[in-house]
Design a protein around this ligand. Structure first.
Ligand SMILES: Cc1cc2nc3c(=O)[nH]c(=O)nc-3n(C[C@H](O)[C@H](O)[C@H](O)COP(=O)(O)OP(=O)(O)OC[C@H]3O[C@@H](n4cnc5c(N)ncnc54)[C@H](O)[C@@H]3O)c2cc1C
Length: 399
């Protein structure tokens, strides 16, 4: 019998499955999608996430998939540059974009080298199995049942496992959706990959060169009350009218390369309780993260390390279910402080963006004072980024 069944092969599930099977623990990983490319996946990894990858012994794997560092962050308000900050901003490595689908596939391919690993893809988990009051496995969409000593729900922000286990999610008030565009890259981004955040005339968007060669990514913020008819908007012109001249010219020139956007619903929240006897939620299933300042994948990998530290010694010795259930509460206790802080910081960053988008007076003030106060605002912003880049608590893999 498999010891652990992990539901969802995103960053949390795939990395945890690999850590467990490498330590000899029989693990089944179930993924609803047929392949990793079918699901939208963010790309930015902060130094804390890169450090987690290094600790898991996966830096060489990362080198082998498309990746690209961010060279600088630049904020533009109206037609003025507010400030630019160069990476690595005092960290030992720069924020790096990593193409998630090939990285996830590499994690799974490496796990497949271990006889303890089973991977089931293209079939969703639909329900949970019970043994008296304890969760004792999962039921798949095709009717198959997989009994296990422990179920780990890593099935993301709309987690089915969370719903079936009746673990409550307390959501933060919804404020944004994101339209995600891909388009041809401008050579300037290839030479100097600046992550631009542009606020102009009540609109806000970010643009940067993604991990894959030749592709710009553009994330356009839609407020909760936004009435934009986004399916029938002339996007090239909309971006151009809010951008610096060289970028505007690029948007107009490459209008044909702008792919239809994906509308991504941003769910942010936290489960007051991540576990029940026989089950724990990790990653977005337990604490869906906002895309603001790229925290989710980093938090996911850090959850994985803490979970492995607690679970591996117990699962290796086939401990009783009471000991395993006790470890589940310890995992939440160890991870919660960092998650709460990261979500607070993300909310503060989002609030600042919202004020600038919605308040023409504040924007005007920023634009007029930028030549004198830009440097001060930059220093203030950089100081506020420390925890978002480095993490809040110490996370060390010890198993
Ligand atoms: C627009 C946007 C941009 C983002 N950009 C970034 C970024 O640049 N950097 C960053 O760090 N974070 C980013 N995030 C957050 C980040 O995507 C998440 O925090 C992160 O993906 C969480 O990883 P996960 O493995 O927990 O969940 P997910 O990545 O959501 O993976 C869950 C997996 O479970 C599978 N699944 C779902 N239901 C089932 C089921 N019933 N049975 C089996 N499998 C199932 C899904 O197919 C999926 O593969 C972004 C989020 C959004 C919304």
């Amino acid at each position: 019998m498999t010891q652990v069944v992990i539901v969802g092969a995103g960053p949390t599930g795939a990395a945890l499955a690999l850590l467990l099977v490498k330590r000899g623990i029989a693990t089944t990983l179930v993924e609803a999608a047929k392949d990793s490319y079918r699901v939208f996946r963010g790309e930015a990894l902060m130094p804390s996430g890169l450090d987690a990858i290094a600790q898991m012994g996966l830096s060489t794997m990362l080198e082998g998939v498309p990746h690209r560092q961010i060279d600088a962050w630049e904020f533009i308000v109206g037609d003025r540059q507010l400030f630019r900050v160069d990476e690595p901003m005092g960290s030992n490595q720069p924020c790096t974009l990593v193409s998630q689908p090939p990285f996830l596939e590499a994690l799974i391919a490496e796990a497949q080298l271990h006889p303890e690993f089973e991977f089931i893809s293209g079939v969703p988990v639909k329900d949970l199995l019970y043994n008296n009051d304890r969760i004792a496995g999962v039921k798949l969409g095709d009717g198959r049942e997989i009994p296990a000593a422990l179920v780990i729900g890593t099935d993301g922000r709309n987690s089915v496992v969370r719903q079936r286990a009746e673990l409550e999610l307390v959501k933060q008030q919804k404020s944004i959706d994101v339209l995600w565009f891909k388009l041809a890259a401008h050579p300037r981004f290839v030479a100097d990959n600046v992550f631009y955040s542009i606020l102009n005339g009540g609109s806000g968007f970010s643009v940067f060169h993604g991990a894959e060669s030749g592709k710009l990514h553009l994330a356009w913020v839609l407020s909760a009350d936004d009435k934009t008819d986004w399916k029938h908007t002339d996007w090239a012109e909309t971006f151009a009218s809010r951008s610096p001249l060289w970028m505007a010219e690029h948007f107009r020139n490459c209008a044909d390369s702008i792919e239809s956007p994906m509308r991504l619903s941003v769910v942010v929240g936290r489960c007051p309780r991540w576990y029940r006897p026989g089950i724990i939620l990790l990653g977005d299933a337990a604490h869906p993260m906002s895309p603001v300042r790229a925290q989710g994948i980093n938090m996911a990998f850090r959850d994985v390390i803490v979970a492995a530290n607690h679970l591996v010694p117990l699962l290796k010795t086939e401990s009783n279910s009471e000991d395993i259930d006790l470890a589940l509460s310890q995992i939440q206790a160890e991870r919660e402080a960092e998650i709460i802080r990261a979500q607070q910081l993300q909310a503060q960053e989002a609030w600042k963006g919202e004020q600038l988008r919605n308040n023409g007076f504040v924007r005007l003030l920023m634009m007029q004072t930028a030549p004198f106060l830009g440097e001060k605002i930059k220093q203030f912003w950089v100081k506020g980024q420390y925890e978002l880049r480095q993490g809040v608590t110490e996370v060390k893999l010890v198993v």
